[in-house]
Design a protein around this ligand. Sequence first.
Ligand SMILES: Cc1cc2nc3c(=O)[nH]c(=O)nc-3n(C[C@H](O)[C@H](O)[C@H](O)COP(=O)(O)OP(=O)(O)OC[C@H]3O[C@@H](n4cnc5c(N)ncnc54)[C@H](O)[C@@H]3O)c2cc1C
Length: 615
Amino acid sequence: MVSCIYIFRKGLRLHDSPSLLAALKGATAFYPVFFLDPWFCNPSRLSSNRFNFLLESLCDLDNGLRSLGSRLFVVRGKVEEELPKLLTTWRVSRVFWESDTEAYARERDARVSSLLNSLGVAWDSVLGHTLYSPQLLVETVGGAEKVPRTYEGFLKLLGRLPPPPKPYPTPTALPPATLCGISPMEYGVPTLEECGFEPARVTTVFKGKGGEAASLAHLKTCMAKIPWVQSFEKPSTPPTALTPSTTALSPALKFGCLGVRTFYHALECVPGKKTSPPVSLTGQLLWREFYYLQSYATPNYDRMVGNPICRQIPWDYSPSLLKAWEDGETGFPWIDACQRQLVADGWLHHLGRHAVACFLTRGDLWQSWEHGAALFDKHLLDSDWALNNGNWQWLSCSAFFYQYFRVYSPVAFPKKTDPRGEYVRKWLPHLAKLPDAYIYEPWKAPPGVLKAAGVSLGVNYPLRIVDHEESSKKNMSRMAAAYEAHKVGEDAERAQANAAHPLAKGVGGSQSGSSAKSTEEWSVISSVPLGTLPPHTLGDADKSICGSSKSISQGDRPGKVVGRADGGNSERDVSKRSAIKDDDDTILVSPAKESVPKGKKSKLQGTVDAFLQKP
Ligand SMILES: Cc1cc2nc3c(=O)[nH]c(=O)nc-3n(C[C@H](O)[C@H](O)[C@H](O)COP(=O)(O)OP(=O)(O)OC[C@H]3O[C@@H](n4cnc5c(N)ncnc54)[C@H](O)[C@@H]3O)c2cc1C
């Protein structure tokens, strides 16, 4: 008899799960378990919305398992403490789980595997959460310090590998779980209240949408919109839409209710000519892969200090500014509306995330991205360690993206897709009666207009906490200074961080035995002197995009790239722009190359200096 425990973690599904299939091989008794760690049952750490999505997903998983003759065992407690008891009760000889590349999960799994080793129980883990194995990618490039830090470099790397595997089949039957003295009522899926969460706080539009069945149904609905999939361009999807203008499948992917290979190949099956990465839907899934690789290959990925790809920026710390941002009380209706949606729905359009992240960090408030990532982590249903920390570094110009002179205007940007401010009116109903002309700038409204709309600034809606024009210009100068300081003196720190990273020592699965290499490789982008180039130093992606207008005819295969300079991760195509004050009031300088005579200042540098008020 081969008795096996399968630990469900993120992959809360039965379809497309290589680790579940591996666990089932040869098993004659099978125990699907989910450990509910009390650490997570804490409303101050995660929102009721996300916890509810998790519980719905567990209920759905339990239903799916029951339909195959099994069930889910939700075990309250820490895996290290509870697992040994179950091993004895169920006389288990093998334990399986899906590998997880998050730093926290790798440490936890190292503890679990050494515990199992000490008990003489066989174990194995199989990757299934991403299209590509980050470890394989690291090995392909010859070490963690060599992973590409641009999207285009990343696609080139994928082009060297076979396409992602097809979705794995769903099991059609499962071996029984013999209860061995456990009552059938034990280990059921708990309620919100049981775990300390208030049902009244479940306000999200995703209520009722957790789980594999709902996620697959939603994927099907999305894929049926063939022209929409074919023409999908992320930067053109409106962030002000009242219902999601993108797939909104991120919570399903985060919890693994939807297999990523299933999503990828569903897109491949959509007929006809499609847009291409980075802006296409396939391109979005590859952004996910990009950040998974970054998170795997970067020491201290979720913080600034000791993180070799993150610019060291002397952020301020102001509890009152942070609180105003968190509570959606900045006095900028667009920012506040986004923050209200974040809390109420646990989801926000990508460009809404851009807007509030830029505002909090380099745009207006000059607060560390780590605070922003922490608040997102609490509220987002899709909160994902790799994606959240990576995107925050991007938006704060700490890593991956360096055009700090491009700042989102909290007024002009939303006007482009929502001139009447319907989105703001939905999320800030007390502003609903303001005329269109003032909906994004109530401070400009004459007293009579405010009175007629029932708005009293400083009483039922806050006065703006900063002057955007002043603060964004000041912050650009601070960013320029931080970039300047960064290029000197941090190599030693970087080298230290690299050397301390598990991959540098071959621990954590690296087969390549790579060691920390020259610090140059970590800082390809960050060490280019500011005085000699426009502040946006060209990454590989930007170089290829300038002047590129070729399109891909055979679908969205990795390894081929056309399109936007920042891959749809930004709000618009910047490839053809020159140094201008953009119509959306972002201050924009094109990465287009110039030939500048020796000793002369480039036109771009001149414009940038003007913005930065440099002599
Ligand atoms: C500051 C900030 C923080 C973010 N934090 C998270 C997070 O914690 N979890 C999360 O899933 N996404 C995060 N994102 C990325 C992105 O905003 C969301 O993935 C996307 O908005 C989810 O909506 P969707 O499923 O409709 O996306 P779609 O446009 O339909 O894309 C499909 C899938 O592709 C992936 N994807 C799309 N955009 C990105 C991206 N920029 N980076 C990585 N993967 C992407 C997601 O898995 C998404 O579900 C963050 C973005 C920013 C700017």
